[in-house]
Write a protein that binds this ligand. Structure first.
Ligand SMILES: NC(=O)c1ccc[n+]([C@@H]2O[C@H](COP(=O)([O-])OP(=O)(O)OC[C@H]3O[C@@H](n4cnc5c(N)ncnc54)[C@H](OP(=O)(O)O)[C@@H]3O)[C@@H](O)[C@H]2O)c1
Length: 262
């Protein structure tokens, strides 16, 4: 079974991907900036005791990512799958209104952290002779421009460029690189501001209407991703949950959809 490392897996899609990999029999390293996982998260992973570890890692620091690799390698003997999932949003504001700290956070986490993570994983995987590196796409990866979200979109646009380039650089080495596209999900990322307050979008009826049609729970998206990641051998793959066709179908059948996410 595969040994997996996921950055930013204390909650949201990262956590549910970890749980899904564990259910599939993998060994998993979870990580985030805190000293440990929350008790509730450990509790949810109780059936998998001995199959997972938690290593603190702030993706903004390359040494922290190197430690994540080293500790995982030591624990599991190899790292077969590395996922750059850690991500931050900015407050819902025009780009010029966005403060310096938020601007720096989103770029340092979503671009620098993803690049550092990929560098660390690529070096380790080239040395061990195999492995797969994935990064989590988001709004902007496909060029879509959404007002008051363009700083975040800029980072996810850069992520696609980098990962496609990385896949080319890795061609023929035995190590592959790919991307995961989750669509919209009900996580803290959407419902909270970067400071943990209720997000402005929760008061926006138009946003809520679209979100309830198009979004999903992270558990649902994770259960779609994991079998596809485990069976994938193709370089430069895009594993996408919410395709244009699926989104179109959701809007067409919106009137019949029961239950609301927010
Ligand atoms: N939710 C959506 O609709 C959506 C849509 C498209 C793409 N995405 C992408 O999916 C990924 C996960 O998002 P989510 O929705 O699951 O968000 P989330 O619930 O807010 O989770 C974010 C995760 O990233 C971690 N994190 C944040 N900054 C970090 C840093 N500097 N170093 C290490 N870990 C860090 C957090 O851990 P700690 O706070 O414990 O450090 C947490 O585990 C992100 O890349 C996001 O851009 C989300």
């Amino acid at each position: 079974m595969k040994n997996v490392v996921i950055t930013g897996s204390t909650r949201g899609i990262g956590f549910y991907m970890a749980r899904e990999f564990l259910s599939a029999g993998c060994n998993v390293t979870l990580s985030g900036r805190g000293e440990d996982l929350a008790a509730a998260a450990h509790n949810e992973l109780k059936p998998f005791e001995g199959k997972y570890i938690y290593i603190p890692c702030n993706v903004r620091e390359k040494a922290s990512l190197q430690n994540l690799w080293d500790a995982s390698y030591k624990q599991w003997g190899s790292v077969d799958i590395w996922i750059n999932n850690a991500g931050q949003n900015t407050p819902y504001k025009f780009s010029w209104e966005t403060g310096e700290t938020y601007t720096e956070n989103v770029i340092m986490t979503n671009i620098t952290g993803m690049v550092y993570g990929s560098q660390v994983a690529a070096v380790g995987m080239l040395k061990q002779g195999h492995g797969a590196i994935y990064s989590m796409e988001g709004l902007g990866s496909d060029n879509m421009i959404q007002l008051k979200t363009i700083l975040y979109g800029t980072t996810k646009h850069a992520l696609r460029y980098f990962m496609k380039g990385l896949a080319k650089e890795l061609e023929g080495t035995g190590v592959i690189a790919g991307r995961l596209s989750p669509g919209m999900m009900l996580t803290d990322f959407i419902t909270k501001t970067p400071d943990g307050d209720p997000s402005e979008v929760l008061g926006d009826e138009k946003f809520k209407k679209v979100f309830n049609i198009i979004a999903d729970k992270p558990e649902t998206v994770a259960s779609f991703f994991i079998p596809r990641i485990l069976s994938n051998t193709r370089n430069d793959v895009l594993i996408a949950w919410m395709t244009n066709a699926k989104a179109g179908w959701r809007f067409m059948t919106a009137g019949f959809r029961k239950g609301k996410l927010i």
